[in-house]
Design a protein around this ligand. Structure first.
Ligand code: HEM
Length: 163
C-alpha cells in the first residue's frame, strides 16, 4: 500500500498550500518548531546527564521528572503540531527525504528507550536517586537517549539540505 495519495491529498489542503506558497507562514511555524525543540531537547539532556552520573549534575532525578518533564511534554506537543504543519506543506517530498526518515527512526528509538527506562529502570530509582553514579542500566539509558536526540536534531537540520 502506498501513502502517496494520502500525502498528495494532505499537500492539496488549503492550509498546506498557504504554508507552502506564503512568504511568512513557513518560517514563522519553523521558528516555533525550533523553540519547542530547544525546550524538549534541553530537558532531555538535563535528565540524561543526571542518568549518566557526574558531579556537575546531582539533582534528584525524581525531582527533575516532577518539575521538568511536564513542560517537556507540552513542548513536544507543540513540536508535533508545528512539525506536522511544516510537513504538510510538502508532504510527498519530505516523506521521501532520507534525513526526515532518519529523524523519525531516531525519535521512535528515543521513545522506545524512554518507555523501557520508565517501565523498568525507574522502579528502584528511590534507592539510587541521591547517588552520584546511577546504576549501569540508567547510565546506558541516558547514553542511548543522548545519542538518539543528537541524531533527531542533526537530521532535522539536514532535512532542508536534502530537500
Ligand atoms: C521533539 C521532536 C522534534 C525535534 C527535536 C525536531 C527537530 C527539528 C530541527 C532541529 C529542525 C531544523 C530546523 C531548522 O533548521 O530550521 C526541524 C525541522 C523540521 N521538522 Fe522537526 N523536530 C521534531 C519533531 C518533528 C515532527 C513530529 C515533525 C513532523 C510531523 C517534524 C517535521 C519537521 C519539518 C518538516 C522540518 C522542516 C525541514 C526544512 O527545513 O524544510 N519535526 N525539526
Amino acid at each position: 500500500m502506498t501513502l502517496q495519495p494520502l500525502l498528495a491529498a494532505l499537500e492539496a489542503q488549503p492550509f498546506a498550500q498557504a504554508i507552502r506558497e506564503g512568504t511568512f507562514l513557513f518560517p514563522a511555524i519553523e521558528c516555533v518548531h525550533v523553540l519547542a525543540v530547544v525546550i524538549v531537547v534541553g530537558v532531555v539532556f538535563l535528565m540524561d546527564l543526571r542518568l549518566l552520573g557526574g558531579r556537575a549534575h546531582s539533582a534528584s532525578l525524581r525531582r527533575l521528572l516532577a518539575d521538568a518533564v511536564p513542560c517537556a511534554w507540552t513542548a513536544f506537543a507543540v513540536a508535533l503540531v508545528t512539525g506536522f504543519l511544516l510537513f504538510s506543506s510538502s508532504a510527498t517530498t519530505y516523506a521521501a527525504n532520507p534525513a526526515f526518515q532518519l529523524k523519525f527512526v531516531a525519535m521512535a528509538a528515543a521513545g522506545l528507550n524512554m518507555a523501557l527506562f520508565h517501565g523498568l529502570g525507574l522502579k528502584d530509582a528511590a534507592t539510587w536517586d541521591a547517588a552520584a553514579k546511577p546504576p549501569r542500566s540508567a547510565r546506558i539509558a541516558g547514553l542511548v537517549s543522548l545519542a538518539c536526540w543528537v541524531v533527531v536534531v542533526a537530521s532535522g537540520r539536514w532535512i532542508g539540505f536534502l530537500a
